[in-house]
Design a protein around this ligand. Structure first.
Ligand SMILES: Cc1cc2nc3c(=O)[nH]c(=O)nc-3n(C[C@H](O)[C@H](O)[C@H](O)COP(=O)(O)OP(=O)(O)OC[C@H]3O[C@@H](n4cnc5c(N)ncnc54)[C@H](O)[C@@H]3O)c2cc1C
Length: 354
C-alpha cells in the first residue's frame, strides 16, 4: 500500500491568496516526512526527475497557468521544544504549521523574538525561503537551522543558519537549480525549521522603532510595561489597517522589493524629489521605498479590469476576482516600466511567478 494519495486536476483557487483559478495535474498532500519520502522515492530520482511544485500557504505566488506537474502540499504539523537553558529555548516547528499561529503560540508561551513577524500569512516551511521580514526583523534573526530533503543529493540535510545564505528576501532556497519540462525546480524541500528564542524577559529589547509601532503601543498600553504579546498585537492592528485581507481581496502582500540604489543617484533624485523615502544600507548604497515610487508614478488605487493596485498601499497588487495571473503580470510590467521611465530605477517583483 502506498503512503501517499494523488488527486488529479486539482483546483488550486483556494490554495493561493491571489485567488487565481488554476489547477494542478497532480496534487499530493504531504502530511509527514514519511509520506514525502515515499512519493520522492517513487517519482523523483537522479535518473528520472519529476516536475514538482512545493506549495505552502500559497501567499507568495502568482499562478499564471495550470501546473502541469505535481503539487506537493506541505501539511506536516508539530511544535516541539528540543533544548533550553536559563535564557533561550530551541523549538522545532513542522513546515505545515501556519506561520501566524506559531508566532502567537511562541509569544503567549513567553518566548521572545518572533513578535514583529505577526500576521504574515503562509507556512512555517516557507519562512526561510524568502527570509520573511517585517517591522525591522527578519526570520534569519531567530532561525537556528532548517531540515530539508535535498533533491540533488537525494538525502535529508540540516542546514545551519550560515548555510542558508540569507539576504534581503532571499536565501539558498530560492537559488535556481535544474528545470524539468521547462519548469524551475526547488532543490530543497523544507520539512522543519528550528528557532532560537529568548526566554529571559530581562534580556529582551523590543524592536519598536520601525513605522508606527511605538505610537500604536503608546495608544494601546498607556504607559504599562511592554511585552512581546503587546508588540505582536500592535503589529497585527497596524497590518490590518494597511494591508488587504486575502480572504476578501486577493493579494500576495508586497508585490515589489524595495530597490537599493547608489547614494549618488539618490542625491540627484533628491534635487527633484526632496521627500523621497530612503534607508541607508552601506556607505554608498541606500534602499528606496518601492511603494512611494509606484504612488508617485500614478498607480495607487488604479484598477485595470479584474486586477489593480491597492488604494491604501501602492506596493500591493490586488485581484478583484475573475482575473488571471497573466493580467496581473501585465500590470506589474506596466508599473515597472513607468517607475523606470520616471526615476531610472528598476523594481523587481517579490512573489514566485509560475
Ligand atoms: C497580506 C500579505 C502580507 C504579507 N506580508 C509579508 C511580510 O510582511 N513580509 C514577508 O516577507 N512576506 C509577506 N508576505 C508574503 C508571504 O506571506 C511570505 O512570503 C510567506 O512566507 C509565504 O509562505 P507560503 O507558505 O504561503 O509560501 P507559498 O506561497 O506556498 O510558496 C512560496 C515559495 O516558497 C516555496 N516553498 C513553500 N513552502 C516550501 C517548503 N516547505 N520547502 C521549500 N520551498 C517551499 C514555494 O515553492 C514557492 O516558491 C505577505 C503576503 C500576503 C498575502
Amino acid at each position: 500500500m502506498t503512503l501517499y494519495t494523488v488527486q488529479h486536476h486539482f483546483d488550486l483557487t483556494h490554495l493561493n491568496t491571489m485567488g487565481f483559478s488554476v489547477s494542478a495535474a497532480n496534487y499530493v498532500p504531504i502530511t509527514s516526512d514519511e509520506v514525502l519520502s515515499a512519493w520522492l522515492m517513487a517519482h523523483d530520482t537522479i535518473k528520472s526527475r519529476s516536475d514538482c511544485f512545493v506549495l505552502g500557504g500559497g501567499s507568495n505566488l502568482v499562478l499564471t497557468r495550470d501546473i502541469t506537474g505535481t503539487v506537493l502540499h506541505l501539511q506536516q504539523r508539530g511544535v516541539t521544544v528540543v533544548d533550553e537553558n536559563d535564557t533561550h529555548i530551541i523549538v522545532s516547528v513542522a513546515a505545515g504549521e501556519v506561520w501566524h499561529d506559531w508566532v502567537m503560540q511562541s509569544v503567549e508561551n513567553g518566548w521572545m523574538g518572533l513578535e514583529n513577524l505577526a500576521l504574515i500569512p503562509g507556512s512555517v516551511g516557507a519562512s526561510p525561503v524568502q527570509n520573511i521580514g517585517a517591522y525591522g526583523v527578519e526570520v534569519k534573526d531567530v532561525l537556528e537551522s532548517v531540515k530539508a530533503w535535498d533533491r540533488q543529493a537525494q538525502t535529508w540535510v540540516v542546514l545551519k543558519h550560515d548555510e542558508c545564505q540569507f539576504t534581503y528576501r532571499d536565501s539558498v532556497f530560492k537559488q535556481p537549480w535544474l528545470e524539468v519540462d521547462g519548469h524551475p525546480q526547488s532543490r530543497y524541500i523544507i520539512t522543519e525549521v528550528r528557532f532560537k528564542l529568548l526566554k529571559d524577559a530581562s534580556l529582551w529589547q523590543p524592536k519598536i522603532s520601525y513605522g508606527d509601532v511605538a505610537a500604536k503601543l503608546k495608544e494601546m498600553l498607556a504607559g504599562e510595561p511592554i511585552t512581546a504579546v503587546d508588540v505582536a498585537n500592535a503589529i497585527i492592528a497596524i497590518r490590518r489597517s494597511k494591508l488587504p485581507d486575502p480572504k476578501t481581496l486577493g493579494n500576495a502582500g508586497s508585490f515589489f522589493k524595495n530597490p537599493v540604489i547608489d547614494l549618488k543617484q539618490l542625491e540627484q533624485l533628491k534635487l527633484q524629489y526632496p521627500n523621497i523615502p530612503n534607508y541607508p544600507q552601506t556607505e554608498h548604497l541606500v534602499k528606496v521605498a518601492a511603494g512611494w515610487l509606484i504612488e508617485q508614478s500614478g498607480f495607487k488605487g488604479l484598477r485595470d479590469g479584474a486586477v489593480g493596485v491597492y488604494d491604501k498601499q501602492a506596493l500591493v497588487l490586488v485581484h478583484h476576482g475573475g482575473g488571471t495571473g497573466l493580467q496581473l503580470m501585465a500590470l506589474a510590467r506596466r508599473i515597472q516600466e513607468a517607475v523606470f521611465l520616471k526615476f531610472n530605477i528598476k523594481i523587481s517583483s517579490e512573489p514566485i511567478v509560475y
